[in-house]
Write a protein that binds this ligand. Structure first.
Ligand SMILES: Nc1ncnc2c1ncn2[C@@H]1O[C@H](COP(=O)(O)OP(=O)(O)OP(=O)(O)O)[C@@H](O)[C@H]1O
Ligand SMILES: [Mg+2]
Length: 333
């Protein structure tokens, strides 16, 4: 592929990220209590959790910038604690804020980063040009990075994470500050990198976007990762669907009629986008739609009110007794 200039095929085995029982305390406060997850090579995994749930803390430990209190981490088989150099050579890190050299241009910053990865001056210059094109920074590449807009800084930060064509990519809120076109390019770029074998872990609050981009999701709440069983149970729970009709009164009448509103369907309310109903599962959603159409309701929009990840996230972080409680780190301090 075009932007793999550094070969690290040897370092790619065993590939991906493996985290087991990791915790991290700051004094008496646990920022992370128990994180267990894997990110296989060639896939994008979403890291989802409320503010303060430990996402950045976890990513910092994967990126060799923080030591775990307990547990083990392996990046392509290497331990970030005992082999930080080897991990840094194969890992790209995009932090949530760009800590760049403010007076250097984007191009110079990328070239300098390339030199730090031991590229020759020529290699670093070629790589910087490639990345500027890749992240659509052409028009801003020669301005000092301090004058870049937030979205442009994000793109520079992404470009910098990719300088050495890492086999493992860690991104903390990469989409924040990006306009819709830049978000779409980010999605495409991450899919392409995963297609080339990169293991990607990406934290974000834009869950609808992650739905389209991620192969798997890790949910963090209160410093703990949810187990696959908890995630499956939350994903399968009853959810809200939104219905819009060209004739709202006809919809209201049909929903109120016996046989439509029953054990399976419950009207939750009406908002500016339509009527929200609680539906037990997809089969009852299909039955409801069928019933509405039979009754002559001109339905023009019918679908889940939130995406899969958002639904699972909301369900997991509600007080459900699933074991991962809603995050309230202030209360636990
Ligand atoms: N250096 C530190 N010293 C003390 N507490 C910390 C430190 N770093 C993080 N914490 C605490 O650990 C918890 C997890 O923080 P972290 O930044 O990992 O959350 P996050 O999931 O990235 O949140 P956000 O969505 O807001 O970015 C928070 O309660 C935070 O206050
Ligand atoms: Mg964070």
């Amino acid at each position: 592929m075009s932007f793999m200039t550094v070969s690290d095929s040897a370092a790619r085995t065993p590939s991906g990220i493996a985290v087991s029982g990791v915790s991290r305390a700051f004094g008496s406060v646990f920022a992370l209590l128990d994180a267990t997850l894997t990110v296989p090579a060639g896939s994008v995994t979403a890291l989802i959790g409320p503010n303060g749930s430990g996402k950045t803390t976890l990513l910092l430990m994967l990126a060799t910038l923080l030591t775990p209190s307990t547990g083990t981490i392996r990046i392509n088989g290497h331990d970030p604690v005992t082999e930080p150099e080897r991990v840094r050579a194969i890992m790209g890190w995009m932090p949530d804020t760009l800590g760049s050299w403010p007076s250097l241009s984007a191009r110079a910053a990328l070239q300098t980063t390339g030199r730090m990865y031991r590229m020759t001056r020529e290699q670093a210059a070629v790589r910087a040009d490639e990345l500027i094109a890749l992240t659509d920074l052409d028009n801003f590449a020669d301005r000092p990075s301090r004058v870049l807009s937030r979205g442009q800084k994000q793109r520079l930060s992404l470009a910098r994470a990719l300088v050495h064509s890492p086999g493992v990519l860690l991104l903390d809120e990469p989409a924040s500050g990006l306009d819709p076109a830049a978000r779409a390019s980010l999605r495409q770029l991450l899919r392409r990198l995963a297609g080339d074998g990169t293991a990607i872990l990406v934290s974000s609050h834009v869950l609808a976007e992650l739905d389209e981009m991620a192969d798997a999701a890790v949910f963090l709440a209160d410093g703990r990762t949810a187990s696959p069983e908890q995630v499956a149970a939350a994903g399968a729970s009853a959810r809200a669907w939104r219905i819009r009709s060209l004739d709202e009164a006809a919809l209201e009448r049909a929903l109120a009629a016996a046989g439509v509103v029953g054990a399976l369907v419950q009207v939750l309310g009406v908002d500016q986008l339509g009527t929200l109903v609680r539906v037990e599962n997809e089969a009852s959603a299909a039955a409801l739609l069928h019933n509405l159409v039979l009754r002559g309701v001109p339905v023009c929009d019918f679908g889940p009110a939130v995406g899969n990840l958002e639904h699972t996230f909301l369900d997991l972080t509600r007080e459900t007794g699933h074991g991962i409680a809603p995050n309230d780190s202030e209360a636990t301090k």
